[in-house]
Design a protein around this ligand. Structure first.
Ligand code: C2E
Ligand code: MG
Ligand code: MG
Length: 751
């Protein structure tokens, strides 16, 4: 029995009041104390002295070892020992000190506090050992009074608790930092919530057995719970995922989660825990855990840090989701956008059934005009209505997307995307702002089986078909083919090369002489554009002019041709070849250009060419297309004195009325007719007709592509005035042309 002085009693009472305040908390595990002593009395006295004692709110539990050897065994199997009361002298003089070394160095038990005791008051371990082995206290056995023991243990346990708290906080914070990092990497609220379950279980050291819900407030009302959905769940709740919480069939969990979200704070129940994760946008989240959490203040603080982190993460995730929505959905119609479509296409192309799918692009005809005429609000309405009609007609098996203002895409199985069905979507009028509106669409369709490549290439190919459809007509469709892709790729390659050729001045002009059939004298020449590649091969204007026209490059090229031709005309005059005209081919794009007239004027002025010896060649098809615009431009051109010829005449099924309206000077019979002229009587009819027609209208007629004497003779007999062709001369570069002119005029003197 331990004696106690009045002094000690007092101290004890004071200790109790300060350290064991509040209700004892039974659920907290007792502090484990290991007594190591070869004297059995010490074991009994110590346990007895401390019987029923509580320190820092917890009871004490004793483990016993009567030798250093046995202590090692105990320590090898146990952890969480708060204090070791260790006898220094046992089997050997320094058994205790040796054991201390083992405890710290071999067993790595750094948190456990050690109090050394010795029977000999005079004997004290060296200071070094106390310092090196982190020994808490040193007492003689005579100091084994209840009071002294209590004081020593209290201070040791307090220090043990602090060390443990610091270490576990460090570990907890480490977990939180790692968890936040990992949670940030998860995209989407569901992944995030699933991650929260995992990370929370790790932090709290429990099995993942919870479910997590997100609350979406209905239009600013925060207190209602009906649209709260289980967005992640684990363990035995896993099957509840995606259910609204009112349908999970567990009234208790339902009530707990609602309570937590209504209070907007954690609730620690006797057999459950609900944690609250707030977000500024009030799309709060709560987690229900199957386990009660008995946590002390420091764990609670850790949990707070964790939850705050989760809330920040939740906020970010919601923000990401929103960004994701912006990135993948069209805000007007709510349909997926181009990027989502490409992803979907990639999936389909990778899947084994690509052969069953096709992609249709629908472009609304004249949408821009409707938008301009009726306003953007109306335009928006229209797009939404169209999107809705497409959606309801095509059904949920098809993927819809809006690609640009008025272009929609449908990805679905071939039999669902039959052109008749697609065009049928636009058969009935659309009701917009109480008015009925008929619209049509033009489509490009591509079967995925015909696509070599990924989603964006599939989309590109469907666009090729769409563009082709639009260039042909409206309200129809074109099906993509591999040939189309090759052709278009070739064209774009050529366009690229043409741009470079222009820059590197690879284009030049040749001039082909034109002859008067009556007496054979040279009346002029036609300027013909040539392109010689770096490798020295020639690319025909029949290939590159259409591309230049389509791309708009023709405007610049044409200006240059016009200027060069005017300078050529002036040169020829200077060289003594008077009255030779120069024919210049002009494309529609040039004619339409507002600066065409001024370019022509400055080319004439700068070169000093004689305007009456410049002849612009327009094609018959051009003349038919935009007769009104052309008539006005031609009038202004004629006012300058410049002449006009209609090129390739006979190929364009012209209505004769336009010839009367346009002030042209000459018709050029297309070389295709000339090529046939010797073959039959019948083949002469058209040239004959053209010549007669020209004469009736007071125009001169020139035959193109004359290759033989026979052709020349027939044309002469039909009354054709002039001719141009290989029979007379090839197109030539300027210096060659001068030589040719010299030789030729020497042979056939001017009459
Ligand atoms: P085009 O204006 O009808 O030019 C006559 C074409 O017939 C030229 O072809 C010429 O080389 C070719 N030709 C001349 N004599 C004969 C012959 O006896 N037999 C045959 N089979 N062909 C003959 P080219 O130079 O290949 O030009 C083709 C077309 O390219 C031109 O037809 C014209 O429409 C266009 N083009 C040429 N240069 C220009 C230009 O500077 N601007 C514009 N816009 N178009 C041009
Ligand atoms: Mg021509
Ligand atoms: Mg021609």
């Amino acid at each position: 029995m331990v004696n106690m002085t009045a002094d000690e009693e007092l101290l004890f009472a004071k200790d109790v009041s300060s350290e064991v305040s509040g209700k004892p908390r039974e659920h907290l595990a007792p502090w484990r104390i290991l007594i190591v002593d070869d004297d059995p009395d010490v074991h009994t006295t110590t346990s007895f002295a401390l019987r029923g004692t509580e320190i820092l709110g917890r009871s004490l539990a004793f483990l016993h070892a009567d030798s250093a050897e046995q202590a090692r065994k105990v320590l090898g199997n146990e952890n969480d020992i708060a204090v070791i009361l260790l006898d220094v002298v046992m089997e050997e003089e320094d058994s205790g000190l040796k054991l201390v070394r083992v405890i710290r160095e071999q067993l790595g038990m750094l948190d456990t506090r050690i109090i050394l005791r010795t029977g000999q008051p005079g004997y004290a371990p060296e200071m070094d050992a106390i310092r090196d082995y982190d020994i808490n206290d040193y007492k003689t056995k005579s100091e084994l009074t209840r009071n002294k023991l209590f004081t020593a243990l209290t201070s040791a346990i307090r220090s043990y608790r602090q060390i443990r708290t610091i270490n576990s906080n460090r570990h907890g914070l480490d977990l939180i930092v790692r968890a936040s990092g990992e949670l940030l990497a998860l995209s989407g609220i569901r992944n995030f919530a699933a991650g929260v379950i995992t990370q929370m279980s790790a932090l709290l050291g429990i099995m993942p057995e919870g479910l997590i819900c997100v609350r979406r407030p209905p239009e600013g009302v925060l207190s209602h719970s009906d649209d709260t959905v289980v967005i992640a769940a684990a363990g035995r709740y896993a099957s509840l995922i995606n259910l609204p919480i009112k349908e999970i069939g567990n009234d208790h969990v339902y009530a707990c989660l609602n309570h937590c979200m209504d209070l907007e704070q954690h609730v620690f129940g006797p057999d459950y825990t609900t944690l609250f994760f707030g977000s500024r946008s009030h799309r709060n989240m709560a987690a229900y855990l199957d386990a009660p959490l008995e946590i002390d203040d420091s764990s609670r603080q850790l949990l707070e840090v964790f939850c705050t982190n989760i809330s920040v993460g939740l906020e970010n995730t919601l923000l990401f989701s929103q960004l994701h929505e912006f990135a993948y959905f069209d805000s007007l119609t709510g349909l997926p956008n181009r990027r989502s479509l490409i992803n979907k296409l990639d999936e389909r192309l990778l899947g084994g059934e690509r052969g069953r799918y096709s992609l249709a692009l629908m472009d609304l005809d004249a949408f821009a005009e409707t938008n301009d005429a009726l306003g953007h609000q109306y335009g928006d309405e229209l797009l939404k209505t169209v999107a809705e009609r497409i959606r309801s007609t095509m059904g949920p098996q098809c993927t819809l997307a809006r690609l640009s203002a008025d272009t929609f895409a449908i990805l679905g199985q071939i039999e669902q995307l039959l052109p008749a069905k697609l065009l049928g979507i636009f058969r009935d009028p659309f009701l917009i702002q109480e008015h009925e509106l008929m619209i049509s669409c033009t489509m490009g369709i591509a079967h995925l089986a015909d696509i070599d490549g990924n989603g964006s290439e599939a989309l590109k190919d469907a666009y090729l078909a769409l563009r082709k459809a639009k260039s042909q007509t409206r309200g129809e469709y074109v099906l993509f083919s591999r040939d189309m892709a090759t052709e278009i790729r070739e064209r774009s390659r050529l366009l690229q090369a043409l741009r470079i050729a222009i820059e590197r001045q690879r284009l030049f002009l040749c001039y082909q002489p034109q002859i008067c059939l009556r007496d054979g004298h040279v009346i002029g020449m036609e300027a013909l554009l040539r392109w010689r590649t770096e490798e020295g091969s020639m690319i025909s204007p029949d290939r590159f002019i259409p591309i230049a026209e389509h791309s708009g490059l023709i405007v610049g090229i044409g200006d240059w041709v016009l200027r060069m031709s005017c300078f050529q005309q002036a040169e020829l005059t200077k060289a003594g070849f008077h009255d030779l005209s120069v024919g210049v081919n002009v494309s529609m794009g040039q004619f339409r250009h507002p600066r065409f007239l001024s370019s022509l004027q400055s080319a004439l002025a700068d070169s000093g060419a004689n305007p009456t010896l410049i002849e612009l060649e327009i094609t018959e098809s051009m003349a038919m297309e935009e007769a009104d615009l052309l008539a006005r431009t031609i009038d202004s051109i004629k006012a300058l004195g410049v002449r006009i010829a209609v090129d390739d005449f006979g190929t364009g099924f012209s209505s004769l009325s336009y010839l009367q309206r346009l002030q042209v000077d000459r018709l050029k019979i297309d070389k295709a007719f000339v090529a046939e002229i010797e073959k039959s009587e019948r083949a002469r009819r058209i040239p004959e007709l053209v010549i007669q027609l020209g004469h009736k209208l007071g125009l001169t007629v020139m035959a193109e592509g004359v290759e033989t004497v026979g052709q020349a003779e027939i044309l002469t007999s039909l009354g054709c005035e002039d001719a141009q062709g290989f029979h007379y001369a090839m197109p030539m570069e300027p210096d060659k042309l001068i030589d040719w002119l010299r030789t030729y005029t020497a042979r056939i003197p001017h009459t």
